[in-house]
Design a protein around this ligand. Structure first.
Ligand SMILES: NC(=O)c1ccc[n+]([C@@H]2O[C@H](COP(=O)([O-])OP(=O)(O)OC[C@H]3O[C@@H](n4cnc5c(N)ncnc54)[C@H](OP(=O)(O)O)[C@@H]3O)[C@@H](O)[C@H]2O)c1
Length: 323
């Protein structure tokens, strides 16, 4: 007699976000996906089960969790705007710490695997190229909430992966989300200058690779902290120049700034680059360099081959037809 394998259930928080879209799109074939955000659910739902809920509604979240009974949870939902968090600390704490705490407790009780999206900015940026064992030292409130989230998860649930994401680069796979690449390309197409900080050194990870890595973490036996980052370590200014060049625009449209010299902004770590050696040794998902990651994200929507020039041509055509 053959036994039918049950399709595992995955709960993804924050479907309106940049990272969640990549997870959902790439996980649809392997999981029964439930996903939750406070925004309206889309009209076209396909095979995905969408739920509208403000995650700070603890009764609603507990009810939804029991109803779904997930095998794994990927928790992307957060207030991820660093300056908003600095000015609205109560709200940031309620979402980034409070919701994480409740999900950790729910996963701890049910045995579901929890994958938490933390950040490279848990570090102060003085050393750079951080490994997982380096001690966090947050310099803004957003990062403080993420460090607290990490601590709660470590204390509450053993079956958990804390994924520290480097700067995420790419185009939104579904929904909206906060894509600096999309905003940059729009400006480059208009021939406008785009400012990028020269003081911030990062190891950008493309959103497609990131989605795959997070799905892998939801499914594998790894627990603990892991850095999900690309292979290239560079300033955000250099990153933008290389992207512009790759897309056929003049790199001189990219203007260097210093993010820590702008008044009214929360402090940013200078060198928050992450060492991805652990991810490379543990995950099957290959980590990419900047241009490989850019090609992956540009080609993803076309659904065609991952041939680079074709992907870039498709991307440009899509944008022209939108005008
Ligand atoms: N993008 C990066 O470069 C980066 C780098 C390091 C770490 N991370 C972390 O990775 C995760 C995903 O990032 P992302 O760029 O995808 O963020 P994002 O685009 O801002 O998505 C987060 C989603 O969570 C939703 N959300 C916030 N509060 C909620 C609540 N109370 N109830 C329900 N939904 C709520 C947001 O809705 P609203 O839009 O209505 O707030 C948004 O749709 C975040 O945890 C972020 O901190 C991101």
């Amino acid at each position: 007699m053959t036994t039918l394998k049950r399709t595992p259930t995955l709960l993804v928080t924050g479907f309106g976000g940049f990272v969640a879209g990549s997870i959902i799109a790439q996980g649809m074939n392997d999981y029964k996906i439930h996903t939750v955000d406070r925004i309206d659910v889309p009209k076209e739902q396909g095979d995905v089960n969408y739920h509208q809920l403000d995650l700070t509604d603890s009764t609603g979240l507990a009810r939804l969790f029991v109803q779904i009974d997930p095998d794994a949870v990927i928790h992307t939902a957060a207030i991820a705007d660093i300056d908003f968090c600095q000015k609205n600390q109560q709200i940031a704490k309620k979402v980034n710490v409070g919701v994480t705490q409740q999900l950790a407790e729910l996963c701890g009780k049910s045995g579901a695997k929890l994958v938490f999206c933390s950040t490279d900015t848990v570090f102060d940026g003085k050393k750079g190229f951080y490994v997982e064992d380096d001690p966090p030292h947050p310099i803004n409130f957003y990062a403080e909430t993420k460090v607290r989230g990490e601590q709660i998860i470590s204390e509450t649930v053993r079956n958990a992966a804390i994924a520290r994401l480097s700067l995420v680069m790419g185009l939104s796979v579904m929904g909206t989300g906060n894509s600096f690449l999309a905003r940059t390309i729009e400006k480059l197409q208009a021939g406008d200058n785009v400012k990028f900080p020269e003081n911030e050194i990062r190891t950008p990870v493309d959103v497609i690779t990131l989605g795959r890595a997070l799905l892998e973490l939801a499914d594998n036996a790894f627990h603990g902290t892991i850095h999900l980052a690309g292979n290239d370590r560079l300033t955000r200014y250099d990153m933008a120049r290389r992207i512009a060049e790759r897309l056929g625009y003049s790199p001189d449209l990219i203007i260097a700034t210093n993010s820590n010299a702008m008044p009214g902004r929360a402090p940013r770590p200078d060198d928050a680059s992450l060492n991805n050696s652990k991810a490379k040794s543990i995950l099957k998902t290959p980590m990419q360099n900047l241009i490989e990651g850019l090609d992956l994200t540009l080609n993803y929507k076309s659904g065609k081959s991952l041939h680079t020039s074709e992907g870039i041509a498709n991307f440009k055509n899509r944008n022209h037809s939108r005008k």
